[in-house]
Design a protein around this ligand. Sequence first.
Ligand SMILES: C[S@@+](CC[C@H](N)C(=O)[O-])C[C@H]1O[C@@H](n2cnc3c(N)ncnc32)[C@H](O)[C@@H]1O
Length: 261
Amino acid sequence: MPEKSNNDSQLRDILSHFDQSAKAWNDLYTLPTSANDVVLQNRLAFALELLSNHLPTDSTVLDVGCGPGIDAIGLARRGYKVKCVDISPQMVGLSKRNFADCGLIYSDRDFVVGDFMQADFGTGPFDGILALGFLEYQTDELAVIRRFRELLRPGGVLIVSGPIKRSLSTLFGATVFIRGQRGGKSLTVNRYSVGRMTQLLAASGFQVKDFVRHGFANFPLVEKNFGLKGGLWLQGFLTKVSRFLPIKTFCNDIVVAATRI
Ligand SMILES: C[S@@+](CC[C@H](N)C(=O)[O-])C[C@H]1O[C@@H](n2cnc3c(N)ncnc32)[C@H](O)[C@@H]1O
């Protein structure tokens, strides 16, 4: 049995948080209510682009922490053969419903409910792993990345994301980020820089090939006073500025493509 990355009490908190916030996670992809929701939509678009740059579209991909299945639907629509895992039964239920609503054929074996570290996937190794919004909730990140490696074939591709440590919103102390924001129990969230993500991956047998830093959201005062429009305007403005000035170090999120050595 692989080692655990979170203890039982942490796993219970993660399960309860995401079971309670499953509907909100689902809805943000169709009906964004904050600029951060749009950053999460963009995260998926960047991740799919990175993956298709490095992995042919008929490959097998494991979606780790699949949530409501929107990432997996993006994968399936591009022709990847997808398997999903999530600890939250509510999330997996939504994933299956979303697959069915999109007319995508799936088998129950393609959706595993449980802790990623202990789950039995029956098949493998996979050609690719997608883990968006997942690593930041894991206490022992190195153990998780080692498990990614075990499940990938040599040369397989990992796409992993994480929130940036020094985002503008955290620097200005204005963030509400994910801690209880969408309902459910507050969770501890790890944060990253390009350097830290590269170090964690290199220490676990991966080579970083590419990365995207993006998003300038989570300014509650702006959205309180100027609504979603104001938040989106600021996000768009700072994204344009980031093409000329080196402010991407302070954006919200990083998506990394790495290959298993
Ligand atoms: C922030 S959500 C992201 C969902 C999805 N990847 C997306 O981008 O919309 C994180 C998901 O990871 C799941 N998760 C967190 N820790 C987990 C673990 N140890 N094993 C399995 N799933 C886990 C949660 O239940 C949740 O659905």
